[in-house]
Write a protein that binds this ligand. Structure first.
Ligand SMILES: [Cu+2]
Length: 330
C-alpha cells in the first residue's frame, strides 16, 4: 500500500489489496501508549481496579468502560494518520439465561470499539464486511460526500474511509444501509471521540453506550443495556473514587424509542453538549437524548456508597438499562 494513498471516494478493494493491507485477519492493532500519555490526562489519574471476567465475550461491559482504541499511528506527508481496522461479522449474544440473540458485530463485539483521535489528525478506516449482508460505516463529523459511508459494501468486500478529524466532540459511527434503524439495532454502531487540541483536565474517563434489543422483530425493544449487556452494572457496580472527577462519555443509540433520559442519583453533573465545548452548558441530574445524541457529563461524588444511574423511563431501566456507581475511598 503506497504511503501517500489518497482516496477520492469509497473504493472497493480487490482480494490482493486486502491481503496487502493485512485484512485477511480481524482485530485492531494495539493502542499507541506514548501518544496516549502525551495527549490524554487519563494516564495520570488513579482509577480503581476493574475486575474483568474471563467470560466477557461478544459483549465486554467491564473492559469497555475505560477502553479506547487509538488505532495505529502513521506519519505520511508530514501528517499524523490514525488507521483503524473494523470488520463486521455475525455473533450470538446471551441477553440473560433464557434469551440469546443474533447480532452483527464489529471486531467481534457489540458495541463496536470506542475509536479515539485528536482534532486535526487524518483518520483512515479500513472496513471489511464479513457479516453476510451489505453494510457500511457512516461517521458523524465533517467530511466530503464521498466519505459519508452511505454506499453499500457487499459481503466479502472492503472499503476505506478517510477524512480529517473535526470537529472535536463525542461522535459516533454506524451502518447506514436501509433499514438503518434495523442495521443499527442489530449491532453496527460505536462511539467516535475526537479530542480537543488542548486536552481536557485529568479525570477518570468512562464510556457508556445505551442501546436496545428488539429480539422478536416487532420494532419495539424488549431489552436495553449499557455497553451491551442488560443489567450488568447492577450486579457488577462501576467502582470510582470519592472526590475524583469522573468524565462520562454517554451515547444514546437506542432505536425504536424516540428519546430517553439519563439520570444520576444523589448528584448533579456538568453537561458538555455533544462534547463540543470546553465549558459546561448546564448543570442538572437528568438529561434527555434523542437517538444518536451524546454528551460529556462530569461529576464527582462527595460520599462513599452505591448510587444508581438509569433512564427515568421505568420500562427502559427495568429491562436492562440500569447500573450502579460504587464510590470508594482512594
Ligand atoms: Cu448494515
Amino acid at each position: 500500500m503506497p504511503s501517500n494513498l489518497a482516496l477520492g471516494k469509497e473504493q472497493l478493494l480487490s482480494r490482493r489489496q486486502l491481503l496487502k493491507l493485512g485484512l485477511g485477519s480481524t482485530g485492531v492493532v494495539g493502542a499507541a501508549a506514548l501518544w496516549q500519555m502525551a495527549n490524554h490526562s487519563q494516564s495520570i489519574v488513579k482509577v480503581p481496579p476493574t475486575e474483568i471476567a474471563a467470560s466477557e465475550g461478544v459483549t465486554q461491559p467491564m473492559k469497555m468502560l475505560r477502553n479506547f482504541d487509538y488505532g495505529t499511528l502513521k506519519h505520511e506527508n508530514g501528517r499524523n494518520i490514525r488507521e483503524f481496522r473494523l470488520t463486521a461479522g455475525t455473533s450470538v449474544i446471551q441477553l440473560n439465561s433464557a434469551v440469546s440473540y443474533n447480532i452483527w458485530d464489529l471486531n467481534g463485539h457489540i458495541p463496536g470499539p470506542t475509536l479515539r483521535v485528536k482534532q486535526g489528525e487524518r483518520v483512515r478506516i479500513l472496513f471489511l464486511n464479513k457479516a453476510g449482508h451489505s453494510h457500511s460505516l457512516h461517521f458523524h463529523g465533517v467530511h466530503s460526500a464521498d466519505m459519508d459511508g452511505i454506499r453499500p459494501v457487499s459481503n466479502g468486500s472492503a472499503t476505506i474511509y478517510e477524512f480529517d478529524a473535526e470537529p472535536y466532540g463525542v461522535h459516533l459511527y454506524h451502518c447506514h444501509i436501509e433499514p438503518v434503524t434495523r442495521h443499527i439495532a442489530k449491532g453496527l454502531y460505536g462511539m467516535f471521540i475526537i479530542d480537543p487540541p488542548k486536552p481536557r483536565p485529568p479525570a477518570d474517563e468512562i464510556v457508556l453506550v445505551m442501546a436496545g434489543y428488539d429480539v422478536n422483530d416487532d420494532s419495539h425493544n424488549e431489552y436495553y443495556a449499557f455497553n451491551g449487556l442488560p443489567h450488568h452494572y447492577m450486579d457488577n457496580p462501576i467502582r470510582i473514587y470519592k472526590d475524583q472527577l469522573i468524565r462520562l462519555y454517554v451515547l444514546n443509540i437506542i432505536e425504536y424509542d424516540p428519546a430517553v433520559t439519563f439520570h444520576l442519583h444523589a448528584n448533579f453533573f456538568n453537561v458538555y453538549r455533544s462534547g463540543m465545548t470546553m465549558t459546561p452548558s448546564e448543570k442538572t441530574d437528568v438529561i434527555t437524548m434523542g437517538v444518536a445524541e451524546r454528551h460529556i457529563l462530569e461529576f464527582s461524588f462527595r460520599y462513599p456508597g452505591k448510587y444508581m444511574f438509569h433512564p427515568h423511563q421505568d420500562a427502559i431501566a427495568e429491562n436492562g438499562c440500569m447500573g450502579v456507581f460504587e464510590v470508594i475511598n482512594s
